[in-house]
Design a binder for this molecule. Structure first.
Ligand SMILES: NC(=O)c1ccc[n+]([C@@H]2O[C@H](COP(=O)([O-])OP(=O)(O)OC[C@H]3O[C@@H](n4cnc5c(N)ncnc54)[C@H](O)[C@@H]3O)[C@@H](O)[C@H]2O)c1
Length: 360
């Protein structure tokens, strides 16, 4: 049985600029650093500085793996090529892996670190909003299987998480929306994050609050046996939609929450969701199934195979008692299927436009 409180406490979140990040990476206690960098991020960084050269100038050996862009990295093929590449270079157990990229790269890099030589230390440098506040924190690592996302993985904490919001300057708007989706999820889970967002504070000021909130939950429940499950608000439907429509994770989570609020909970949470989206100037107000049939069957099929399912005929859903107070409720899969079928025609015209433009 894993009991990892001590390991959890080692994970530090440090807001920093790129130069300071390079300095900190160069001070990591290891003579050899394995850099796993998202290919696109690497090209963008190259325009600013040669990070490999900078780190080597500070006396480290650097072995660089440029990983396929985004989600493409989370495959068996990429995993095999990457670990074989590092092993051929003659690495040792004190090598330290540094993953630089969005959540896909940090999931992938962390998984490589957790399995290489039965586990080497690693550091996470998130470059997307979603990875800064969520994916990069908490040590869930993994790759995808044909049967679903993140089905092969490990719980394996990074030693450090270095957050530099300047990375967001090059991030496409859709990926910002995706990160905002997770931020909105936090605001339903944590009253003070909700209040700050409602005040209309710039989301960048919220990044460290969100990162620390996630870190705190992870410290309380590293293995997701209790409160960490709350972070899955919107994810049961969200993961299904992400898979069916190939949309960014955080955007799928917003639609996942919208479905929970629409078909399972009272609708006042839907108004709160619309309000937050409006404040954050969220663009994705039409659902991925816009003008098409709502995919009840595909969604149900996905949910009934979800790895978070804890029994053959039921699933735990995260709902809200009130804003800031989530709860877990068991749902029979049969009942869920009936609810999806019942709402299918109404969901066809559902959207998240703000009050005044609500069609539904
Ligand atoms: N481990 C966890 O706890 C956890 C939590 C949530 C999500 N995730 C995973 O995270 C992944 C999604 O991560 P993501 O949303 O960060 O997206 P991502 O890593 O897939 O990156 C999205 C796109 O942005 C590009 N990109 C990254 N940083 C950039 C930058 N600074 N400037 C310009 N382009 C940049 C990437 O090349 C890619 O094209 C999913 O695989 C999801 O399953 C994991």
């Amino acid at each position: 049985m894993l009991t990892d409180k001590a390991v959890v406490m080692k994970c530090k979140i440090i807001p920093s600029d790129l130069k300071a990040i390079i300095n900190s990476i160069s001070k990591i206690e290891s003579d050899t650093l394995l850099l796993v960098v998202d290919n696109k991020v690497y090209s963008l960084l190259e325009q600013e500085m040669d990070i490999v050269q900078e780190i080597q100038n500070k006396g480290k050996k650097v072995i660089l793996w440029k990983s396929s862009e985004g989600e493409k990295a989370k495959s068996f093929d990429e995993y095999q090529c990457c670990v074989e590449f590092f092993l051929e270079k003659g690495i040792h157990r004190n090598c330290h892996l540094v993953a630089i990229g969005g959540g896909a790269t940090t999931d992938f890099g962390g998984f490589v670190a957790s399995t290489l030589l039965r586990g080497i230390k690693w550091t996470c440098v998130p470059t997307t909003l979603l990875a800064m506040i969520d994916a990069g924190i908490g040590g869930k690592t993994g790759i995808n299987s044909k049967s679903g996302k993140n089905l092969i993985g490990s719980f394996y904490l990074p030693e450090n998480v270095y957050i530099n919001t300047a990375f967001l300057q090059t991030l496409p708007q859709r990926e910002i929306s995706s990160g905002l989706g997770e931020m909105i999820k936090y605001s339903f889970l944590n009253r003070s994050i909700y209040e700050e967002l409602i005040k209309g504070k710039d989301y960048k000021e919220q990044i460290i609050n969100c990162a620390q909130f996630k870190q705190q939950i992870v410290e309380e429940d590293f293995l997701e046996l209790k409160n960490r499950k709350f972070l899955n608000l919107g994810h049961t439907f969200g993961h299904g939609l992400e898979r069916i429509y190939n949309i960014p994770h955080g955007i799928a989570v917003v639609w996942g929450m919208a479905l929970i609020f629409k078909i399972i909970q009272e609708e006042n949470y839907l108004s709160e969701l619309r309000l937050l989206l409006d404040i954050l100037k969220w663009q994705e107000v039409d659902p991925p199934w816009h003008n098409k049939r709502f995919p009840s069957k595909d969604l149900y099929d996905y949910i009934s195979r979800d790895k978070k399912r804890t029994s053959r005929n039921s699933i735990d859903l995260i709902l809200l008692d009130k804003i800031g107070t989530p709860k877990i409720e068991k749902f029979f899969l049969d009942d869920l299927e009936k609810k999806l079928d019942k709402h299918e025609s109404k969901l066809r015209i559902f959207n998240l436009r703000s009050a005044g433009h609500i069609i539904f």
